[in-house]
Design a protein around this ligand. Structure first.
Ligand code: FAD
Length: 537
């Protein structure tokens, strides 16, 4: 526990990233030109601006929890509790700037190992105390909000001390990790064995393997390495009904795949304490490059062909015209103007940037290039790919700087089948534009499959200083309605459900689906202490 969560949430994204968190002057100029007058203000409020209620954790539960984890790992101080009162969505960040009532836990408890996690749960069940599992706290859907549900008190169960690589089986290419291991640490530990996991979401620097599994995360290299759920071979959960281990073989026909029930359960069915993942040899060569296609429809068609011919690069990410224009504008200067002329001369009127990151796989790369050439792609070479790679984690770090400027900045994501992708793209873009006036709406496809793809939208608009929460809530609702209307797409491709998407879950999985989840919950958590209110449970 070298840094408090409070620091983690409010200062730069990682201690080393303060520089990358600032917006360069030309970016600020572009924003004010494009968005119009902004009203900077509403800085992050100090702790003293928040009313932190006294802990309601009963004395008997306090004593029992301290017996399990040791007194120093049961924290009741306001700063520690406030630091875990939410995740990192735009609304979470706003709450730190417009102080109101936050869902503050009654205590933070940090067990040392899977055995202690089980004993913490046993204590919480015995005393009717709610338990919110907390990995990196990067949820953007309200997943770590310390809601009480029917419980008298609620504790946040921080998995930070479950930070070990338990074992590596290089023959089977498997590694067992404790659930609190963060992305960079997992890669560092595997690299010592010449291995990699290859799971690199934009929240990589902070998020944990348990969090990835609990939310069915998808990383930037999902086209090559798969979604996190594809990597998970086994899980160990602590549940109020007892310890639960799943996954003894690479494949099985022993009834429904219960691993799949644990993955995406968002802390409502149990606490993941260990995750067994498939690992791969570290690539000996990586090559990132950029190409440009004319128009989003043509660009997504090209990515569909790559997917359907098994030629997706490990990282395959195509930006629409708007996202491409913004990234070019933010580079600024002569290069951009020259590039536009170069592309126009080659018949590209609406440039859409496609980034391809290859981890080895030279034969596929050659075939993919031929396919893209036939689709009219213009190569920008390696510099464009390297530039994207260099800045791949800058977005999260710059959100606070944008908020300081008075910008409303948020993302949302969905997915559908190829035949409906254009319709979904138009529906969500229109919903966001109609509800926000004249925002910048950008989109990219970064997860493609044989049958369809995800769409990831980013919105920038001047923040309404009088109603900052309502402004985004209306836009998000409009987008959610557009997505779910007629089953056009999924309410979430990888951000999960939490509280924010819970109202839409029934429309996606149906009444029977909701009943199945509730029944699973009754089986593993009969008294309902686990993560109240998430997944609508
Ligand atoms: C800037 C930014 C960028 C992001 N980019 C991506 C991206 O590229 N891809 C992507 O998939 N997601 C992304 N996310 C969303 C988020 O990072 C993921 O959902 C991630 O998987 C959460 O991991 P975490 O360890 O932070 O989990 P937390 O936020 O701590 O928890 C998420 C949920 O899982 C539960 N949980 C956590 N650990 C456990 C456990 N051990 N057992 C049971 N339940 C648990 C929590 O209770 C909560 O409901 C991004 C978020 C931010 C803020």
């Amino acid at each position: 526990m070298t840094e408090t969560v409070d620091q983690r949430l409010r200062s730069a994204w990682t201690p080393a990233s303060a520089e990358a968190a600032a917006l360069p002057p030309h970016a600020v100029r572009w924003l004010t030109r494009r968005l119009g007058p902004l009203e900077p203000g509403a800085p992050v409020a100090p702790d003293t601006a928040f009313a932190v209620p006294d802990s309601r954790l009963p004395d008997a539960a306090r004593t029992a929890l301290a017996d399990v984890v040791g007194a120093s790992y049961l924290r009741l101080g306001p700063a520690e509790r406030l630091g875990r009162a939410g995740g990192l969505s735009y609304v979470d960040l706003l709450r730190r700037r417009y102080p109101g009532v936050l869902p503050v836990p009654d205590a933070v408890v940090s067990p040392a190992d899977p055995g202690e996690v089980q004993r913490v749960l046993d204590v919480c069940v015995a005393h009717g105390v709610g338990v919110v599992p907390f990995g990196g706290g990067t949820s953007v859907v309200g997943g770590v909000a310390a809601l009480r549900g029917e419980c008298e008190a609620v504790v946040t169960l921080d998995l930070e001390r479950l930070d070990r690589l338990v074992s590596v089986d290089p023959v089977s290419r498997l590694a067992v990790f404790e659930a609190g291991v963060r992305g960079p640490d997992a890669e560092r530990m595997l690299a010592a064995h010449g291995l990699t996991l290859g799971h690199v979401p934009q929240s990589f620097e902070r998020a944990t393997l348990g969090g990835f599994a609990a939310t069915r995360s998808a990383g930037q290299a999902s086209s090559g390495y798969g979604r996190f759920e594809d990597m998970v071979q086994g899980v160990h959960l602590a549940t109020p009904a007892g310890s639960w281990r799943l996954g003894v073989a690479p494949a099985s026909a022993a009834g429904p795949d219960l691993r799949a029930l644990a993955l995406g359960s968002e802390g409502t069915l149990g606490v993941l304490t260990e995750v067994t993942v498939r690992v791969r040899p570290l690539p000996t060569r990586e090559r990132y490059e950029g190409v440009v296609l004319d128009g989003f429809q043509r660009a997504t068609d090209a990515v569909r062909l790559l997917a359907q011919h098994g030629l997706l690069a490990d990282v395959t990410r195509i930006s629409d015209e708007s996202e491409t224009a913004v990234s070019l504008a933010l580079k600024g200067g002569f290069t951009t103007a020259a590039l536009r002329r170069y592309l126009a001369a080659r018949g590209v009127r609406e440039p859409c940037l496609l980034i391809l990151g290859w981890h080895g796989r030279a034969p596929q790369r050659r075939r993919a290039r031929a396919l893209l050439r036939a689709a009219g792609a213009v190569s920008l070479g390696r510099a464009a790919g390297q530039a994207w790679r260099h800045g791949r984690f800058h977005g999260p770090r710059q959100r606070d700087a944008l908020l300081d400027l008075g910008v409303c900045v948020e993302t949302l994501e969905t997915a559908t089948h190829w035949s409906r992708l254009g319709e979904l793209y138009e529906a969500v873009s229109t919903a966001l534009r109609d509800s926000l006036g004249d925002p910048v709406v950008m989109c990219h496809v970064s997860h493609a499959y044989e049958t369809g793809a995800s769409l990831y939208f980013t919105v920038l608009t001047p923040r309404d200083p009088h109603d900052p929460f309502g402004q985004w809530e209306r836009a998000k609702r409009a987008a959610g309605d557009a997505i779910t209307e007629g089953g056009l797409g999924t309410i979430t491709h990888h951000h999960a459900v939490g509280t924010d998407h819970a109202p839409y879950l029934r429309s996606e999985i149906g009444d029977v689906g909701v009943a199945v989840l509730a029944a699973a919950k009754r089986a593993t958590d009969p008294t309902g202490v686990l993560n109240p209110g998430k997944l609508g449970l």
